[in-house]
Design a protein around this ligand. Structure first.
Ligand code: 3H9
Length: 708
């Protein structure tokens, strides 16, 4: 297939006195350069042709127009610009009607707002979601939407990035009419003819005055203050408000000029690059070789082994997706507790008024508790979520092997354990896969799909299908200690520990990490998760270390804290103090004394670190281990690491993930940093072979995202 041409992606046909202009640029009719040229040409043709009395804009396929072509951002701009196309539509001296079905988003909605009349079909969804991409509506959306729906409502729509249903859009004033049905062309033609019959005038959105301008300006001041607090660190939300202020205060053309200037600032911002990378990475991440090679197995019933925190969370997730779920526990008491853990989630929703008692009863009717594995004979997919211990899990899989029907998918929810060893406990390793859920499993989006050596492709494809059904973000990972996320976490956590022993306080480190954009720093996360969990892992690692392994530097502060029974929030103190169940911790002088004592014991003279120095080490450790994970094939591509961290580890989405961050920081600089740190601790700071290779070849991590 050649490159799209204006003629191939925008077609025109005259139906009576109406010129039907169809945008046909699959999959979502994005407004790439050919579409913009095609639309401009169509509007010129409509203007020039005396036989044309009106114009109908319609999208072919499943969408009207989903917006600008995001792939063009960051590349040289090609004329005509979208604001120019919108101007041509609005300037037309013959009535222009847009008929909206499916997505009418971003630039797509802006095209519709430039038309003189808008008709929507019930399945239409309208929105100005540019904020999610670090942008603002840059083709008049910030100027035209406030004229149609009021400044406050338009600003809220743009700040939230939400999609409105056709009905809501009608109520808001964004569309003129809503008709039943799904034939956009027929409905559009009927409406356009109706308007022509009525001699409906050309009606330009830009000529509408914004309602109650002084009240609007006061509202915007309030929104500005709220937004500054809520969207900490984000660039485009405040620019959106500035644009609407301009819409209220300035003549239309000046408002448009202001919007253009601020749009270009957003376009140039690294946040735009990070957010658009995240958008595509989340869509690429499901494209894995197994899912391309094999169709998923059908599954209609799910079983969960274990009713603890993870088991109950996964059960809720499966129930929410509409599956019947059988939960297995070892005795009556445990299954009662498991059921209660599930029910608690729904009772919470009922208490908050987000669910009715009837709906809760209907969901719980799909839940069955049992203490007998024999009840799993006909189940299609089993997820084991018992205690994190290899022998315990192997015993469960022996039982599953005994009772489950041939072809049932057997999954283990583990964060660290060797899934090949678990699969080997069965006579059907081809059916065994890892599903690493994150806690709380009914809320957290990330699902690591861990692929052991002998699993068959259709089981991997089934796991991806399950993720889709459970509305999770799946990432394919290979088997190793910690898979993608926890393996990298262990390394940057170590970097944080070294920083602490070398002179930065845990509070300074957490503050620097928050300043970078994470919601929490590593020591806050430890306190939230429970210090005892990491302690158990450290003991397990120490026990597994073979004699003769080089002894890496080990920081004992966390052990000293755990030895005192300070496991974090749940015990009222950890790295921080939590007086009377407070969720936000306070710095603890006793912890600082422990840190000092450990430094003294090791003869470390503490030095000062700026927030920038802290983050250079923290991020270098993260990106370097990310490179190792890609180099070893544990992650398919750098983007899989990025999606893991954005969806499961609180990495600021606007930075695009650790590997995208590294690309933007510059790989030669990253390598130079690591080499400089290695002078102090060559055992810990070893540049990844992949990083070295990419620097030598003058490439970046992103170059590997497109080669698979
Ligand atoms: C904008 O408009 C700026 C203007 O204000 C100013 C300009 C001057 N471009 O999500 P899906 C691809 S900013 C290019 O899996 P769904 C997507 O990558 C834009 N490609 O389907 C995927 O490709 P592949 C404002 C796009 O049914 C395929 O289409 N608009 C674009 O779950 C299917 O996508 C937005 O932010 C695009 N704009 O959801 C809307 N959109 O098959 C962004 C999609 O190769 N888009 N693709 O992986 C969406 O929210 C969803 O894609 C949509 C469909 C709801 C439309």
């Amino acid at each position: 297939m050649g490159a799209p041409t204006p003629d191939s992606v925008v077609t025109t046909a005259r139906v009576g006195a109406i010129l039907v202009v169809t945008v046909n640029n699959p999959p979502v009719n994005a407004l790439g350069v050919a579409v913009r040229q095609g639309l401009a040409a169509a509007m010129a043709a409509a203007q020039a042709d005396d036989a044309v009395a009106g114009v109908l804009l319609v999208g072919a396929g499943k969408a009207f127009i989903a917006g600008a072509d995001i792939r063009e951002f960051g590349k040289p701009a090609m004329p005509p610009s979208l604001p120019e196309v919108c101007r041509a539509i609005e300037d037309c001296t013959k009535p222009v009607v847009a008929v909206l079905h499916g997505a009418a988003l971003g630039g797509g909605l802006e095209v519709a707002l430039s038309a003189h009349y808008r008709l929507a079909l019930p399945a239409a969804k309208l929105g100005l979601p540019e904020v999610s991409l670090g942008l603002l509506p840059g083709s008049g959306g910030t100027q035209r939407a406030p004229r149609l729906m009021g400044a406050r409502a338009a600003t809220e729509l743009m700040l939230s990035g939400k999609h409105l249903s056709a009905k809501a859009a009608l109520a808001a004033g964004l569309v003129d009419k809503l008709v039943e049905g799904d034939d956009a062309l027929a409905a559009g033609l009927a409406y356009a003819n109706e308007l022509l019959d009525q001699k409906a005038p050309v009606r330009r959105t830009r000529d509408i005055a914004i309602a109650e301008p002084s009240a609007a300006l006061a509202d915007l001041e309030v929104l500005k203050a709220e937004t500054a607090k809520k969207t900490r660190g984000l660039f485009s939300p405040l620019k959106i408000i500035e644009c609407v202020q301009a819409a209220v205060q300035l003549p239309f053309d000046e408002g448009m000029a202001r919007e253009r200037a601020l749009f270009l600032e957003c376009l140039d911002s690294p946040q735009r690059a990070g957010l658009i990378h995240a958008f595509f990475a989340e869509r690429e991440v499901v494209k894995v070789p197994e899912a391309k090679a094999a169709a998923p197995r059908a599954f209609a019933t799910i079983a969960i082994i274990g009713g603890g925190t993870m088991g109950a969370g996964i059960t809720v997730s499966a129930l929410d997706a509409g599956y019947p779920v059988t939960m297995i526990e070892r005795d009556a008491e445990s299954i009662a507790r498991g059921r209660a853990n599930v029910e608690k989630v729904y009772s919470g929703l009922v208490a908050k008024g987000r669910m009715t008692e009837e709906a809760k009863a209907a969901v719980m009717a799909r839940y069955t508790g049992s203490t007998s594995y024999d009840d799993l004979a006909n189940v299609d997919l089993v997820i084991e979520a018992v205690f994190e211990d290899l022998e315990v899990k192997k015993a469960v899989f022996k039982e599953l092997d005994r009772v489950c029907q041939p072809g049932a998918v057997l999954a283990t929810n583990t964060s660290y354990l060797d899934i090949d060893a678990i699969a080997a406990a069965t006579r059907r390793p081809q059916d065994v896969i890892g599903l690493h859920f994150f806690s709380p499993a009914n809320i957290m989006k990330l699902l690591e799909i861990v692929v052991p050596a002998n699993v068959s492709a259709d089981v991997v494809a089934t796991a991806f299908e399950l993720a889709k059904k459970l509305k999770k973000v799946p990432v394919r990972a290979g088997v190793c200690d910690g898979f993608i996320g926890n393996r990298i976490l262990a390394v940057y956590k170590q970097a944080a520990d070294y920083l602490m022993e070398d002179g930065a306080s845990p509070y300074e480190i957490d503050a620097a990490v928050r300043g970078f954009g994470f919601a929490m720093g590593p020591f806050q996360v430890t306190d939230l998760a429970g210090g005892d969990i990491g302690w158990a892992t450290r003991k397990r690692r120490a026990a597994a270390r073979k004699p003769g392994d080089p002894k890496a530097r080990y920081v004992e502060v966390a052990d000293r804290i755990c030895e005192r029974g300070w496991f974090g929030q749940k015990t009222g103190r950890g790295f921080y103090l939590y007086p009377e169940g407070a969720r936000l911790g306070q710095p603890d002088p006793e912890v600082l004394a422990i840190v000092d004592a450990e430094r003294a014991k090791k003869g470390v003279t503490p030095r000062q670190f700026t927030a920038d120095e802290i983050m250079r080490r923290y991020m270098a450790a993260m990106a370097n281990e990310g490179a190792n994970v890609v180099h070893e094939g544990i992650a398919l591509r750098p983007l899989d690491v990025d999606v893991t961290f954005i969806s499961g580890y609180g990495f600021p989405r606007y930075r695009g993930g650790p590997m995208k961050w590294a690309d933007m920081y510059g790989l030669p600089q990253l390598l130079a940093d690591i080499e400089a740190f290695a002078k102090e601790d060559p055992l810990f700071w070893k540049p990844s072979p992949l990083l070295i290779r990419l620097v030598q070849e003058g490439k970046n991590f992103d170059s590997l995202n497109h080669s698979a």
